[in-house]
Design a protein around this ligand. Structure first.
Ligand code: CO
Length: 473
């Protein structure tokens, strides 16, 4: 009997392409588009095991909707890391928390050219009309939406060494421009913001020097500002350039630094404020907006960076383990005077991670009210994320969906066309059913959180991270 761990952190044996999955319930007629999910397709290569949830070889999963039906395909991203793993039967490139075995010679060579993974497995996005699989490493991999075949690579800056980026670029729909943050590690390091508009050439629009860069998985964007919430999980850039340890293990928790918010002016790139906050950690910004003299920043926050340790596979394999709970925090930054303290309130007393909202309509807009996320049941805290939540920011109340032995992935909101209510739409989530040993695509009514349909997938989908729904144009 397979355990949840074996199923969710194992190896995907088959690449499938199925015209229609069996559907229970009814898919909305208006659902006509494609959900692409990204995540690891293998946590093992030969006899070698990766060490962390954020390691592994990228696999795309595609669900295309139309006429009340849904097709499914899954495919490994055809990268050098994948090819080398196939050819050598062992882990050959450095991941988030795993380095390939290195000889002494290999260690010396790593100084000059660490083989950093190109297995872009964390998110997907359409940038300048190209579909990209996104990684924190510099190489973003372009794929064909129809076939899921790999077609090329994209990078913000030239050269693979000494830069990291986020897998959460922002889009400003007003000027159809995509923004992302690149951390450039040098003796004198920088945080750099890039804009990518129609032509597809990245343009640097702001930068800030930094002595010890923080591990930043996302950033905030408001009408006027780039927002850097600088958590005190920081690295001496030389340690990273020398690649002394696997990537994330070069970072140290230094709570004495606090967690300042830095604002950069989107138009001029100039520094526009610094606001102190007590130390905390987050992977995910949710939304940010300006209201009167305040900047409001919503994030999914933890008291410290212990969550990074909690995602090591040796910890996750312990079924009695409990994940630290992320919580929805709302920070308020007093914009007047450009300096001061940021204070926060906790919006709801539920666990949340992988937060989503109606980004298309409400990015940078303070009128938004609902956040959708994976969560841990308060009455069943052991193990992995085992429910979905919908948090109402106005009331602090939450709706939940859960089923025994079921482990849902990221809750992607898809709005109904012509909607007037913010939550008129559906939630799409790939759920691992540990009792059956397979996964299904769950379709929830976003308003009531009641199930509308589920489509059975004939194998287990490993625990992944992020995905995106692309409307058919
Ligand atoms: Co993320």
């Amino acid at each position: 009997m397979s355990t949840v761990f074996d199923l969710g952190f194992g190896v995907t044996e088959r690449e499938l392409a199925l015209e229609a999955l069996p559907v229970r319930g009814r898919l909305p007629d208006w659902l006509r588009g494609t959900l692409v999910r990204n995540g690891p397709g293998a946590f093992r290569v030969g006899a070698q095991q990766y060490r962390h949830w954020f390691d592994g070889l990228a696999m795309l999963h595609k669900f295309s909707f139309g006429d009340g039906r849904v097709s499914y395909a899954n495919k490994f991203l055809e990268t050098r890391s994948y090819a080398a793993a196939q050819a050598n039967g062992r882990i050959s490139y450095s991941e988030f928390a795993t380095d390939p075995c290195r000889s002494l010679f290999g260690r010396v060579m790593a100084v000059f050219s660490p083989r950093i993974t190109d297995s872009a497995k964390v998110n997907v996005a359409r940038i300048a009309d190209r579909y990209l699989a996104l990684a924190e490493t510099p190489i973003q991999v372009e794929f064909d939406l129809e076939t899921l075949k790999t077609v090329g690579v994209f990078s913000y800056e030239a050269g693979p060494v000494g830069q990291m980026t986020t897998v959460h670029p922002h889009v400003d729909f007003a000027d159809d421009t995509v923004y992302n943050l690149v951390t450039r590690y040098q003796a004198r390091s920088h945080y750099r913001f890039y804009a990518v508009a129609g032509g597809g050439r990245p343009r640097r629009v702001a930068q800030m020097p930094v002595a010890e860069p923080a591990y930043l998985h996302s950033f905030g964007l408001s009408r006027n500002y780039f927002i850097l919430a600088e958590f005190p999980l920081v690295v001496n850039p030389l340690h990273l350039l020398l690649w002394l340890r696997p990537y994330i293990e070069n970072f140290k928790w230094k709570p004495e630094r606090g967690a300042p918010f830095h604002l950069l002016d989107r138009r001029t790139g100039a520094p526009a404020g610094r606001f102190e906050a007590d130390p905390y950690f987050a992977f995910h910004h949710i939304n940010a907006f300006e209201r009167g003299d305040e900047l409001i920043v919503d994030l999914c926050a933890y008291p410290d960076a212990g969550i990074v340790q909690s995602y090591y596979l040796n910890r996750l394999s312990d079924a009695r383990g409990e994940l630290p709970w992320g919580r929805l925090r709302r920070y308020r930054l007093p914009l007047k005077g450009r300096r001061g303290r940021a204070v926060f309130e906790t919006v709801a007393d539920v666990c949340l991670e992988l937060p989503r909202f109606d980004y298309e309509r409400f990015n940078m807009d303070g009128r938004y009210r609902y956040v959708y996320a994976v969560s841990v049941r308060p009455d069943q805290r052991q193990g992995f994320y085992n429910q979905l939540v919908k948090v109402d920011i106005e009331t602090g109340r939450a709706l939940t969906w859960h089923e025994n032995d079921c482990y849902p992935g990221e809750a992607v909101f898809v709005g109904a066309p012509g909607r007037t209510a913010e939550d008129d739409g559906v939630i799409l989530s790939v759920v691992l059913d540990a009792a059956r040993g397979t996964s299904f695509l769950l379709v929830l009514d976003a308003q009531s959180f009641a199930e509308r349909a589920r489509a059975e997938i004939p194998h287990a989908v490993l625990f992944g991270y992020h995905g995106e729904y692309f409307r058919r144009s």
